[in-house]
Design a protein around this ligand. Structure first.
Ligand SMILES: *[C@@H]1O[C@H](CO)[C@@H](O)[C@H](O)[C@H]1NC(C)=O
Length: 609
């Protein structure tokens, strides 16, 4: 990249702005306090030196060559074909010219299709642009060009549901004050808009909005399943907070929101056919998710490129809301003898009514989530000790001629799995059976896994460590995997304990660097094609609306780049871009965690050792 050319072109294009900037400098000290159009003092600009944006004091001699940091970041990049502010990095051929075009934020037009998702995408795009400057008074240099964005897709108005198999690729071309986005699906097109929004910046020296004047970006994700998981049972989140998470996912092209909606602690899902489940099971009558609210989130999710994947965790992690006679060990103490965290609770698989209730729950989840293309059936942390507290369950097992060994309890669990899946298959309406996801557990281990879980049907979500031998056992058997290895992707780790003092169970805290470098292809080796993606998980024992932003962001963004771009470089190459990205999250109202002193962002490359 010829940075000098960029700078000179900027000077020419920003001539009017330059004159204003010059007059700002010349009139400093004599400005009138009551003049709204008087900008604040401009002290610093940036120069690109050896691929780093260097902060320089602006004076009469250098103000013409100094560019704002936002512009410098775009072009001043080491890697070939990279654009210094895009997150995640594009994967296909990318070229960028060396001009910026001054545009008028009031004259941006997006030409797409009539489908309502386009309206949501447009509104969102305009919101992102508006967030780049504080208000109209911030734009001093007003007479920019109009800017038109033309979107063309294969599917046109006939937008299909977002599924795991949706083609999300797109091509973005920018030519002066026009942009073109070409994609097969709406979902690819909306990704293109997301990229385009990142190529529009506010130049705080010329005090105007600018877009990269020439670019061609070909882009498509490496992994199909790029997700985050939220637990809304341990603590409740408002529908607004969930919408905001989904919205932010869209900005980094994450495409799957896995919703762990219920657990032993609370049952916040509105059940029309069996209302006592949520009436008794929710924390309060307001802390619920209605079908209507979920339906709106599903729709909004699609409009921002995010599919919702419901999980009903079973046969453990069940309690509040259920009839006590259908449960075993519910709220037993001392809890540590029967489960991994209070309160304990599992369903009693010997009772037919359990399956009838499950069928109703599946049916209503399926309806509320508008026929999701996948379904998560839980399977987390079943405790044999819990089941073994029930004398009726023991009697049931003895009647079948079984013993009470671990092997017998695994058979009980395996049978439960078969029966529960039959109920799920009764209510789904597709010709093909819905693929299901299942957490790693005792049942996914050898030898049980071979007896009860069909690899054609079950995808296994790994939550053990990334170096666990069990991962290879599963891959050898042909299972598809979603990686959520807790040593890199459990974002609730590393805070204070909640059942005792000290730190919580999975401490230490995981930095974004580790999330970024957790490479599923490396973990899976020769079987890497069986890994469909990963998810960062937030278990919510110690998190709610008020603290969620900083748990997910910007660490989930690090995951987004791993999954979209599969970078072959380390976090070090992404570090400065991450700092820029974090500011963009904040600009859009996300209370993302601060990861370095601001000084490091202003003094590129001076902090990492
Ligand atoms: C279940 O409890 C019985 C006693 O009631 C005991 O003999 C058996 O070993 C227990 N099974 C397991 C797997 O702990």
């Amino acid at each position: 990249m010829n940075v000098k050319a960029v700078i000179w072109t900027l000077v020419i294009l920003g001539l009017v702005g330059g004159i204003i900037a010059a007059s700002i400098l010349l009139t400093q000290g004599s400005k009138k306090d009551d003049n709204k159009e008087t900008p604040q003092d401009i002290i610093y600009g940036y120069e690109c030196k050896s691929n780093k944006c260097v902060k320089v004091l602006i004076d009469e001699n250098n103000f013409k060559t100094a560019v704002s940091q936002s512009v410098c970041n775009l072009f001043c990049e080491e890697e070939p074909n990279a654009i210094g502010t895009l997150w995640p990095k594009p994967t296909g051929k990318t070229t960028i010219g060396n001009t910026m075009v001054h545009i008028d934020p009031k004259k941006i037009e997006i030409h797409g299709y009539r489908h309502e998702y386009y309206n949501i995408a447009k509104e969102r795009f305009m919101r992102q642009i508006a967030a780049k400057f504080t208000d109209d008074a911030d734009i001093i240099n007003k007479d920019g060009k109009s800017f038109s964005v033309n979107v063309v897709t294969e599917e046109g108005d006939d937008v299909q549901k977002l599924t795991l198999e949706t083609d999300e690729s797109y091509k973005l071309t920018i030519n002066d004050n026009e942009a073109y986005i070409k994609a097969n699906s709406f979902y690819g097109a909306r990704h293109g808009l997301e990229t385009l929004a990142q190529l529009i910046v506010y130049d705080d020296i010329r005090r105007e909005l600018q877009v990269v004047g020439k670019a061609e970006i070909n882009d498509a994700p490496v992994y199909k399943h790029r997700g985050i998981m939220l637990d809304t049972s341990r603590n409740y989140y408002s529908v607004e907070a969930i919408k905001k998470i989904i919205d932010t996912m869209g900005s980094v092209k994450l495409n799957t929101f896995h919703w762990h909606i219920t657990d032993t602690h609370s049952f916040p899902f509105e059940m029309k056919s069996q209302p006592e489940l949520y009436k008794k099971g929710a924390y309060t009558s307001k802390k619920i998710y209605t079908h209507k609210a979920i339906g709106e989130l599903v729709k909004y999710g699609r409009a921002v490129g995010v599919r919702l994947l419901p999980e009903f965790d079973q046969p453990a992690h069940i309690g509040e809301g259920w009839k006590e006679e259908l449960l075993t060990c519910f709220k037993y103490q001392p809890w540590s003898h029967f489960c991994v965290e209070p309160p304990c609770g599992q369903v009693d698989p010997s009772q037919d009514e359990v399956y009838d209730t499950l069928e109703k729950i599946y049916s209503e989840l399926y309806e509320a989530f508008d026929a999701p293309d996948w379904f998560h059936v839980g399977g987390d942390e079943v405790s044999v000790e819990c089941w073994n507290t029930s004398s009726t369950l023991q009697a049931y097992m003895k009647n079948r001629g079984w013993g009470l060994t671990e092997q017998d309890f695994m058979k009980l669990w395996g049978d439960f799995q078969v029966k529960a899946l039959e109920r799920l298959d009764r209510i789904t309406k597709t010709p093909e059976k819905v693929p299901v996801v299942f957490w790693t557990s005792r049942l996914t281990e050898v030898p049980y896994v071979d007896d009860y879980l069909d690899p054609k049907r079950y995808t296994i979500q790994i939550w053990t460590t990334g170096f666990d031998k069990k991962i290879e056992d599963l891959l050898e058997r042909g299972y598809k995997l979603i990686m959520s290895n807790y040593d890199a992707l459990y974002l609730d780790c590393g805070f204070g304990g909640w059942v005792t003092d000290g730190l919580n169970w999975c401490a230490p805290y995981i930095g974004w660097h580790k999330v970024y470098e957790n490479n599923p292809k490396k973990i899976a080796g020769k079987y890497h094609e069986q890994v469909i993606g990963s998810e960062a998980a937030v278990w919510s024992e110690q998190i709610d609306d008020f603290t969620i932003d900083s748990r997910f962001w910007p660490r989930a963004s690090a995951l987004a780049e791993r999954l979209w771009s599969d970078p072959q470089t380390s976090w070090r190459d992404a570090e400065h871009r991450m700092l820029v990205h974090r500011e963009r999250l904040v600009e859009n109202g996300v209370r993302a965690e601060s990861i370095q002193p601001e000084w490091c962002r202003q003094n590129e490359g001076e902090c990492p050792i």
